[in-house]
Design a protein around this ligand. Structure first.
Ligand SMILES: C[S@@+](CC[C@H](N)C(=O)[O-])C[C@H]1O[C@@H](n2cnc3c(N)ncnc32)[C@H](O)[C@@H]1O
Length: 264
């Protein structure tokens, strides 16, 4: 797996118990790093990748950081799938899934794949692009677990995870790349530590500030067959001055909809 970010944080991989060593070794190899005998000193900073009971848990290397793992077949993601508002919820309407089932969607800001899992749950085929090798690993592991659960297996199987830079990926495609391209760029975090959820803190530590938003939108506009959708905080400015063809507003979130640019 290639490290794609400009300044990715250093990753410290270790196993909690002897039984976890084989998985920890595999994880370290996939992340292109060594396996440590134990957690490093906090002064070393970076990100701790702990293998515990056959699962990957990740946290920032400081005392007040809580571990984060990704799970689709239980907890918050499973709840959102069942009770999140069905195919007429804001996200599905924004991408047009309520009118056109079975869309192929590129999620070009994959993150924890929460949005991708919702869309796949309603029949979309998702190509998920994510620059962070560690996030890709966490999502792939969670998809493998979900694929063992008969209720979520079909959803999990509709998601393909690719560790890549989305701008480069889209620019390399000839012709259209998908029906819809969905962007959810990182928004600068204004609130400090305790107020911010642990998973968002980790995401900020792993991904850093968004630097490719505008370039990614331009690449997406050239490669989408039907529309490009950008998720924004509800009061934030649009990502571009390009004319919007629609928007879907939720309480805290707005989905800006752009028509693709005609091919040259
Ligand atoms: C706000 S998060 C997306 C959260 C996601 N929608 C979810 O439901 O979990 C933005 C993600 O985009 C990724 N990202 C930013 N620029 C990227 C790029 N050029 N190529 C690939 N991934 C990128 C970041 O690493 C980060 O994980």
């Amino acid at each position: 797996m290639t490290i794609l970010q400009q300044n990715p944080p250093s990753l410290h991989v270790f196993a909690e118990a002897a039984d976890d060593l084989p998985l920890a070794q595999a994880v370290a190899a996939q992340l292109g790093t060594g396996l440590l005998p134990s957690a490093p000193q906090e002064a070393e900073g970076g990100i701790l990748v702990m293998v515990r009971d056959g699962r990957i848990q990740v946290r920032e290397n400081r005392a007040d950081a809580a571990p984060v793992s990704v799970t689709f077949h239980a907890g918050r993601n499973a709840h959102r799938q069942r009770f999140g508002g069905g195919i007429n919820q804001h996200l599905c309407r924004a991408v047009g899934l309520n009118k056109s089932p079975g869309l192929h969607i590129i999620d070009a800001n994959g993150g924890y794949a929460r949005d991708a899992f919702v869309l796949a749950g309603f029949g979309a085929r998702i190509t998920l692009l994510e620059q962070s090798p560690l996030l890709c690993l966490m999502v792939k592991e969670a998809l493998q677990d979900a694929a063992q659960d008969s209720q979520f297996a079909a959803t999990a199987e509709r998601i393909t995870v690719i560790n890549t830079d989305s701008v480069a990926y889209l620019q390399a495609r000839t012709g259209t790349a998908a029906d819809v391209i969905y962007l959810d760029p990182m928004f600068p975090e204004r609130r400090k530590s305790a107020a911010v959820k642990k998973d968002m803190q980790l995401l900020h530590a792993l991904a850093g500030p968004d630097t490719s938003g505008e370039a990614l939108l331009q690449a997406a506009l050239q490669k989408a067959a039907r529309r490009v959708v950008v998720k924004r905080p509800v009061h934030a400015a649009p990502l571009s001055t390009q004319r919007l063809t629609g928007e879907v507003r939720a309480t805290h979130t707005r989905y800006d909809i752009y028509a693709p640019l005609p091919a040259d």
